[in-house]
Design a binder for this molecule. Structure first.
Ligand code: PMP
Length: 383
């Protein structure tokens, strides 16, 4: 199987996180919302500790953290949860970008079918959308602006800082999908202004199936988001259903570990990127980096190796490394990446593009060896 280089799809669980979860599964039975016994109370304490850990990583208050099953659900709540408010205010215009995750784009499409007006901003060849273009589209009836922090396919950082600053005093809600930056661009996220923010724990070495929606208070009031599922009053009614205590504890622990280690991790991640680029440059292959490197995170590289079809490369190098050519969520059947397409990259280059992504626990020498072997195969295919 070789070395795992698909961290943007899902990162391996951190040992401390796993230990925490096993301990909770073994020692803390019960439902965090049970009032009638200490088992419930103990489970509630674990959930509230985890909420605090998430809040501390993100620089928000604990009562602004709402646990969900992950970023897909958080994004859905951020959009669909505004229906009632949209009806009341008559605001039905939404602005988002062509490179968002499908959890945003498909939800926006769904709302469009219900009569919402959706503007979709395209990036340029750098992989970034222009903040001015987004702002220029804001109207009286704009309900929501939703822009991701870091793109999952290219690793390109979007201008969410500028957008947050400019939208702060306007009557528009601002949502950020921070799934790929949470736990990595820690200082940057703490500095952002937004109303809603989504992430999944598994991208920061927590468990799969848990994440959060951050709802930031303005003048002591939460954004006007309502639940989209009906059931109990868990998570203040925003997300009904039994709170998965061990998953929540794992999410909290992943945030705690990220808070402790992010500065050290950034150095390791950077060194790995340098190594991947060194290996690219010493190999025989011609390559192009997709997106502007100045805006790219250090944990991702998306490259085009002309005349080496990515599907063929991935199949013939499976024994060396696990990489991808797009989002796992759209990879059931091959279709050219809509993210690279929106950037204006020609189809023949998209067909030959791969994404390599890693984390601070990746072994540098294993990565070096895996990519070296892969690039060697690519140079043979290219001949
Ligand atoms: N947004 C982004 C930017 C992502 O990368 C992902 C996962 N690929 C999601 C949302 C959805 O996350 P999940 O599948 O954990 O709900």
């Amino acid at each position: 199987m070789g070395v795992y280089l698909d961290y943007n799809a899902s990162a391996p669980i951190n040992d401390k996180v796993l230990e925490k979860m096993i301990s909770v599964y073994k020692n803390n039975i019960g439902n965090a919302d049970s009032r009638t016994h200490d088992f419930g109370e103990n489970a509630r304490i674990i959930v509230e500790d985890a909420r605090k850990q998430v809040a501390e990583l993100l620089g928000v208050k604990s009562d602004e953290v709402f646990f969900t099953s992950g970023a897909t659900e958080s994004n859905n709540i951020a959009f669909q949860g505004l229906r009632e408010y949209a009806k009341k205010t008559g605001k039905k215009h939404i602005i988002t970008t062509a490179i968002e995750h499908k959890a945003v784009l498909e939800t926006a499409k769904h709302l469009e079918n219900e009569g919402y007006d959706i503007d979709i901003v395209k990036p340029d060849i750098s992989g970034r959308v222009r903040a001015e273009e987004v702002i220029s589209l804001v109207r009286e009836d704009t309900l929501l602006v939703s822009v991701m922090h870091v793109n999952n396919e290219t690793g390109i950082i979007q201008p969410v800082k500028e957008l947050g600053d400019q939208l702060e005093d306007r009557e528009v809600l601002f949502h950020i999908d921070a799934t790929q930056s949470c736990g990595k661009l820690v200082d940057e996220i703490r500095d952002l202004k937004y109303d809603m923010l989504s992430f999944s724990a598994h991208k920061l070495q927590g468990p799969q199936g848990i994440g959060a929606l951050i709802l930031k208070k303005k003048r002591y009031k939460l954004p006007p988001v309502k639940n989209i599922m009906y059931g109990g009053q868990q998570e203040h009614g925003i997300r009904p259903g039994t709170v998965p205590v061990a998953l929540v504890a794992g999410c909290g622990e992943a945030c705690k570990v990220a808070k402790e280690d992010y500065v050290k991790n950034a150095e390791i991640i950077k060194r790995i990127k340098q190594t991947v680029i060194e290996e690219l440059n010493t190999s025989n292959i011609k390559y192009k980096i997709n997106g502007c490197s100045d805006y790219c995170v250090d944990s991702t590289i998306n490259i085009c190796i002309p005349s080496v079809v990515s599907e063929a490369l991935m199949l013939s190098t499976k024994q060396y490394c696990g990489i991808s050519n797009g989002s796992a969520c759209t990879s059931k059947s091959y279709s050219p990446s809509y993210v690279l397409k929106a950037m204006g990259i020609p189809d023949e280059d998209i067909e030959c593009s791969i994404r390599i992504s890693w984390g601070a626990d990746s072994d540098l020498e294993e990565v070096r060896c895996g990519v070296r072997n892969m690039f060697e195969v690519a140079s043979q295919i290219a001949q």
